[in-house]
Design a protein around this ligand. Structure first.
Ligand code: CP
Ligand code: NVA
Length: 308
């Protein structure tokens, strides 16, 4: 049994295996109607709890569909409906759920909820986003990059904007998959030193650059995310927008990257804020492949967690 808590906590060989299996599983059901089961049914007879303490479209639907395609069943739970939101400890919740279900995916606020769940659960726990990281997203992103451009090792990824949870998992991936990364954003919103340090310690070149135009020079991939995350106070919205406006990804910025550079965004996007529609819907964008690959990458993550 394996937990999938974060990219830096997962062995690089396992990460590679997951990506390769995601690609193989995607190919195996190419052109099949989405509701049809896979030929292999590794989750037959298994029940998966999907817990959401924050809103979600992609994570919720892709996990639910992924489990069903592999023959399993799901139970989607909102944190506020559970006793979890009314004083029952995470540890007790984890022990109880382990008696009913075969795997738990949780999207929560504080990372300690996830780690405590994993500590006390007897079944695999998967991180569906916390305030600090979003590993499932970046597994799909690596898969998407490689699908379009081959191995990501040695490539230059430029993160624009807020050094947030998605950026953190990208830095973990830089260290584990061996690519370089430039952060283009204001000093007030730098990624945590711990995330940068992890990637550097593993030999990746990580650059912090305040000038977006300089940052994207030679980029193979430009990534943007919302300027205000779900865990950010709405009162900080205006300040964040003012700080982040110079880092908008638009046609002029895209034109300064490599001619074949890709654009990614985990979605949901705020069109004309962190990225223009011309880029989102333009020739460099692979945002909908990225969204689709959540499904395939997570199916491989779940198989790895259960060892099936
Ligand atoms: N990218 C992502 O995790 O989307 P949702 O918030 O819709 O799940
Ligand atoms: N950084 C965003 C990602 C959403 C998928 C958030 O945490 O709200």
């Amino acid at each position: 049994m394996n937990h999938f808590l974060d990219i830096h906590k997962t062995d690089p060989d396992a990460l590679r295996l997951i990506i390769d299996q995601g690609v193989a599983m995607k190919q195996a059901r190419a052109d099949r109607p989405k509701g049809t089961p896979d030929d292999e049914q590794p989750l037959a007879g298994r029940m998966v709890a999907l817990i959401f303490e924050k809103p979600s479209t992609r994570t919720r639907v892709s996990f639910d569909v992924g489990v069903r395609q592999m023959g399993g069943e799901t139970m989607v739970l909102s944190g506020s409906d559970m006793q979890l939101g009314h004083g029952e400890t995470i540890a007790d919740t984890a022990r109880v759920l382990s008696r009913y279900v075969d795997m738990i995916m949780i999207r929560t606020f504080d990372e300690s909820v996830l780690t405590e769940m994993a500590e006390y659960a007897d079944v695999p726990v998967i991180n569906g986003l916390t305030d600090r990281t979003h590993p499932c997203q970046i597994m799909a992103d690596v898969m998407t990059f490689e699908e379009h451009r081959g191995p990501i090792k040695g490539k230059k990824v430029v993160w624009t904007g807020d050094g947030n949870n998605v950026c953190a998992s990208f830095l973990h991936a830089a260290g584990q998959f061996g690519f370089d990364m430039t952060f283009a954003g204001p000093p007030q919103l730098d990624p945590e030193a711990e995330f940068v340090g992890f990637a550097r310690d593993r030999g990746s070149k990580i650059v912090i650059e305040r000038d977006a135009a300089k940052a994207v020079d030679g980029a193979d991939l430009i990534v943007a995310d919302t300027w205000v995350s779900m865990h950010d106070a709405q009162s900080a919205r205006e300040r964040r927008h003012n700080l982040l406006r110079p880092y908008q990804v638009n046609d002029a910025l895209m034109a300064k990257a490599k001619p074949d550079a890709l654009f990614m965004h985990c979605l949901p996007a705020h069109r004309e804020e962190e990225v223009t529609s011309s880029v989102m819907d333009g020739p460099h964008s692979v945002i909908f492949d990225e969204a689709e690959n959540r499904l395939h990458a997570q199916k491989a993550i779940m198989r790895w967690c259960l060892g099936v």
